[in-house]
Design a protein around this ligand. Structure first.
Ligand code: FAD
Length: 462
């Protein structure tokens, strides 16, 4: 590799701009310039345009790339998020539970779960271990007036407009030195060993690089179409493969409060999200096409939302669930939807992008012969993250007691549960979850997150 490497990010959705901005911040600056970073994006091929809920790690990324929190909140129509509330997942009625970001332990030896299981359970488990469910239901923010940018006594993330977020990051990244090309990639040049040497655009540009980052969304034109890296399919465990979305302006429907939490409501063949931004709500129904038609899913979402949605245009999306068998192959790293997707129940799409950016910066090959070693480790780490999220999302479905629709009956089929999760559930019937149940310290969801879902879904232990 040259002293200053050339990195070309292909695709300018959230993945492309997070990757470009983060690599630029991590590899350049403080008198060093390790990489020239460019991004090429099509003006003709749109972004997926969803991805409105995040997890707290996003704050590290925004801070690192030099975003000012107030400017970001305005630019991305963003609001604070402190939890996810799950409505109707256990029995399909009015029951609900929260998965808050904050979780307190009751002492050096955390007996919260044991105490709660032995109590009259008059209050939800999440409410006795975190103030966030109550604060969030009161509509209060996680920050105090005067809290510095990106910090507060309570962990928080954001809800935001996905398009506006990518545009804002593009401004930040280009101001910081990332070069932007707006053009369609139409042809890709490879060496005999498979490495990509350059991409050619419709407008006649030939863009060379040492490393290419494929952020072309579901199209995956480098990792999938050019290198032929296949997907490992997760549809045996996660049945949802479609979504229908609506943008509901507050002047069409004002629910009385901007909720600082995501609401995930179980529906006949999946679930729907409700995310409050400053100027509108984003709602969407994630469903399984095996159990409901696209028209019926849209009708169910509109019926739930109410008559004010009649004139609003719906958007329909198809997706796969799974991950690439390799996230880094030859000199191509996949990031975002090109690398895989797990349905958005725990808002992990943008997290996986952030994680890939941070991990690539840490494993940046500073010598050409380091590429295979870095790729091997990067693939192992990303694979672990996907498997972790698969199991955690899988957990939300498999404990349901709903039998009112074929979808929910099928969700209880033991074959729909991963072996890793099944083993954990068996273990947790005899012992309460604790940190030592997981070998992998890099994980996003600790045993405490598992406890929120387990006890919210009526799991009995010890
Ligand atoms: P895209 O946004 O599709 O961007 C692809 C880019 O590649 C575009 O700029 C396009 O122009 C460019 N491109 C494609 N082909 C070419 C070409 N030939 N030449 C040049 N450019 C090209 N994540 C969350 O974290 N939270 C959520 O709440 C959430 N909800 C979701 C709901 C649904 C229904 C879905 C499907 C996803 C959701 N996600 C969520 C995931 C999230 O939307 C994505 O991870 C995120 O938007 C990143 O998308 P992307 O940048 O990979 O792809």
């Amino acid at each position: 590799m040259r002293t200053t490497s050339q990195i070309l990010v292909v695709g300018g959705g959230s993945a492309g701009w997070i990757m470009a901005a983060y690599l630029n911040a991590a590899l350049n600056g403080s008198g060093r310039r390790e990489a020239d970073i460019s991004l090429v994006e099509s003006a003709r091929i749109g972004r997926v345009g969803v991805g409105e809920a995040t997890v707290p790690t996003i704050r590290h990324v925004l801070q690192t790339v030099g975003v000012d929190e107030r400017t970001f909140l305005k630019a991305a129509d963003a609001t604070f998020k402190q939890a996810i509330r799950f409505d109707g997942w256990l029995k399909g009625g009015a029951e609900r539970y929260h998965h808050p970001f904050d979780r307190r332990a009751s002492g050096p030896v955390d007996r919260s779960a044991l105490d709660w299981l032995e109590s009259d359970r008059a209050r939800d488990f999440s409410e006795i271990v975190s103030p966030q469910p109550v604060l969030a239901e009161m509509g209060l923010a996680p920050k105090a007036l005067g809290s510095p940018d990106f910090s507060s006594p309570l962990p928080y993330a954001y809800h935001m407009d996905a398009e506006a977020f990518a545009d804002h990051l593009a401004d930040v990244a280009t101001t910081a030195g990332v070069t932007r090309y707006i053009d369609d990639v139409v042809d890709i040049e490879q060496r005999e060993d498979g490495d990509i040497t350059a991409v050619n655009t419709k407008g006649g540009l030939r863009l060379e690089a040492d490393l290419f980052v494929d952020c072309t969304g579901f199209a995956a034109i480098l990792i999938g179409k050019t290198l032929g890296v296949e997907l490992e399919d997760y549809s045996s465990w996660l049945m949802c493969d479609r979504a229908v979305t609506l943008r509901v302006p507050y002047d069409a429907h004002w629910p009385g409060r901007i909720r600082p939490f995501t609401t995930a409501t179980a529906r006949s063949a999946g679930w729907s999200w409700d995310i409050a931004l400053q100027s509108r709500r984003g709602v969407g129904y994630v469903y399984s096409s095996q159990f409901i038609s696209d028209d019926d899913a849209e009708a169910e979402l509109r019926a739930f939302e109410g008559p004010h949605t009649g004139s609003l245009e719906a958007r329909r999306l198809k997706f796969y669930v799974g991950q690439r068998k390799q996230h880094w192959a030859n000199n191509v790293i996949a990031c975002g939807l090109s690398s895989g997707f797990i349905e958005p129940l725990e808002s992990t799409g943008l997290y996986l992008i952030e994680y890939a950016a941070v991990t690539l910066a840490e494993h940046f090959p500073r010598r050409a012969d380091a590429m295979p070693i870095m790729a091997k480790r990067f693939n192992a780490i990303l694979n672990q993250r996907y498997e972790e999220i698969l199991d955690f999302v899988n957990l939300h479905y498999c404990l349901t007691q709903r039998s009112d629709t074929a979808f929910w009956r099928e969700a209880q089929n033991p074959a729909r549960v991963t072996d890793r999760l099944n083993a954990k559930l068996d273990f947790w019937r005899a012992k309460l979850p604790s940190g030592s149940d997981f070998d992998d310290h890099l994980r996003l969801f600790s045993h405490q997150s598992y406890e929120h879902i387990l006890f919210g879904m009526g799991f009995e232990s010890v």
